[in-house]
Design a protein around this ligand. Sequence first.
Ligand SMILES: Cc1ncc(COP(=O)(O)O)c(C=O)c1O
Length: 333
Amino acid sequence: MVPAVQTPALVVDLDVVEANVRTMAAALPGDRLRPHVKAHKCTRLAWVQRRVGGHRGFTCATVREVEGMAAAGLGDDLLLANEVLDCRRLGALVERGARVTVAVDSEETIAAAADGGVREVLVDVNVGLPRCGCRPDDAGRLADRARARGLSVRGVMGYEGHATAVADRSERAAVVESAMERLATAHALVGGDVVSAGSTVTYDLNRRATEIQAGSYVLMDSYFGPMAPAFGQGLFLELTVISVSRRYAVADGGLKCLGMDHGPPVLVGGGEVLVVSDEHLTFAPPPGEPVRVGDRVRVIPAHVDPTVAYHAVLHVERAGAPADRWAVDLRGW
Ligand SMILES: Cc1ncc(COP(=O)(O)O)c(C=O)c1O
């Protein structure tokens, strides 16, 4: 019989997801967490974070994510933690009653927010990651410019993404601390109630942010797993074995369904991933455990965000059995 779920398929263990949401909410209840939806791009999962975790505000990376969240009834307090030069779609959401705050780090992004109809901003500060954000000592000037354009400045944000690459916990803590010192310098110049920062692997090290923007903790991946052991693996890529040779086997999914920027995936149950190409994953099964054509195998992706973005559907399991199909409805830009 042909199995109901066609592969490659993303499978979500909802029991693990809910446990992860509860664990994080126990550490960071309510508005102490502003979950980042870029990791799962799924409003049904955001609703789990709202219902089970009690979080009201969310972080987004794209205009599309903000739109989708507002359309799903989750528009109470959405932060677009990214620079945007055309804010008209965001302004339209504000017109319809959503609360939207956008990150700004230049005169141009301030002008875009004001011209596009966004009313609230955070000054985005570079805290050490070579990405967006102004210099800490320039944050006060930008806040003044924003206020002069009629914008309300809620505070600052600064994502310490460079700390998430530091495997050792005490070294990571030191990187977080120096990043948050930069953010505190900027906050003193900007004012406002919000100091937004943080991630799945720094949420319990970052003592200065008023809210943490963790995202991966809901589903997790093999790269963050050892650095955030409080959270279980809730996402798997299921594949079908399509060919077997004496030394290896080949499954039916590769680079086009799997984020590989953090390395190859990990096989559930052991074995070694040998090569990942466009549509194939070549692997050595565990010694003494041969696989056959038609067998199903599961792998743990090394990077959850890009993996999810390749897929339109999440196959949701409850107690190990298929329970539902949820759309990855926040995809696109
Ligand atoms: C702006 C921003 N905040 C927070 C995060 C943290 O997300 P995660 O918990 O998945 O590390 C990210 C991840 O890239 C990000 O870009």
